[in-house]
Design a protein around this ligand. Structure first.
Ligand SMILES: [Fe+2]
Ligand SMILES: [Fe+2]
Length: 277
């Protein structure tokens, strides 16, 4: 079972402004027809209805193999001016049409989906990390919140012996500190909740691609950049042997280059240490 991690698409109103996004999505759809997609928020640029409609239209081809969570730009204009109606549009225009098993606006519980193929199952847990406040200069900051953390703790307990690979996605960057505009305020509590209990943790927000292995009790911690216009994204492969991560081409020129120079794959065996191949 394979996943592609994309983030921060930032759909605009005008079709012409979305060309690099739709080209990239078309490329992914054609070249990776069996991969699941994981989208870590900021799907729209301001959370307005036309932007959501553009996003829904472009993402509809992935229905049944896409998992999403919201970012600060989805819930508010300029990513800072939270509005409840824009948060509701996320569910109305994206979560429901894309068949997510739950809603995000004002949510107090994570949205839990299961990805399956004939051999494997993976638990996909999506959080709303938006700080839903009307104070504009708080808003690009994030917070998981007490209720969502408690529910996450309960879900991880329920599935602890399931043998399923567990992937957690949310938008805000959990390593940003002392940044009054961008940080995830309860990141430390989140780390304590997920320690040694999940396999892959994914986020976006900062628009900088990075990977950490064996960090905070999590085998893979992956930050995505803003995917449109980029050459590569990360591919997560789940097999009975464990999880591995490598780069994957999301643009035609990168696909050609990658065939002559394959990327490094980092693997973690179930119950074992990481190895590089
Ligand atoms: Fe963003
Ligand atoms: Fe963001």
């Amino acid at each position: 079972m394979q996943f592609i991690h994309l983030s921060d698409l930032h759909f605009h109103r005008r079709k012409n402004d979305n060309r690099s996004i739709t080209n990239m999505l078309q490329f992914v759809a054609e070249n990776y027809p069996a991969h699941y997609l994981l989208l870590t928020g900021d799907i729209t640029d301001d959370g307005d209805t036309t932007q959501y409609e553009r996003a829904a239209e472009a993402l509809s081809i992935f229905k049944g193999r896409i998992f999403i969570c919201p970012g600060n730009h989805d819930f508010g204009a300029a990513g800072m001016f939270y509005e409840q109606k824009r948060a509701s549009f996320f569910d109305e225009k994206l979560s429901i049409p894309l068949a997510q098993q739950g809603s995000f606006a004002g949510a107090t519980r994570p949205v839990v989906n299961v990805a399956r193929n004939s051999d494997e199952q993976a638990l996909i847990i999506a959080l709303d990390s938006n700080l839903e406040t009307m104070t504009p200069f708080d808003f690009a900051c994030g917070e998981i919140g007490e209720q969502q953390l408690q529910a996450l703790n309960e879900i991880l307990g329920n599935y602890s012996s399931s043998g399923m690979t567990k992937i957690l996605l949310f938008h805000h960057h959990p390593f940003m500190r002392h940044d009054p505009f961008m940080e995830l305020k309860d990141a430390e509590r989140l780390w304590a909740t997920v320690y040694l209990r999940i396999d892959v943790l994914l986020f976006g927000h900062k628009h900088v691609s990075q990977m950490w292995t064996d960090y905070g009790g999590v085998p893979f911690v992956l930050a995505a950049d803003n995917s449109p216009g980029k050459d590569y994204a990360r591919e997560i492969t789940v097999t009975s042997a464990g999880v591995s991560v490598s780069d994957i081409a999301i643009a035609p020129t990168a696909l050609t280059a990658r065939k002559s120079s394959p990327s490094k794959r980092v693997s973690v065996r179930k119950g074992g240490r990481k190895r590089k191949a």
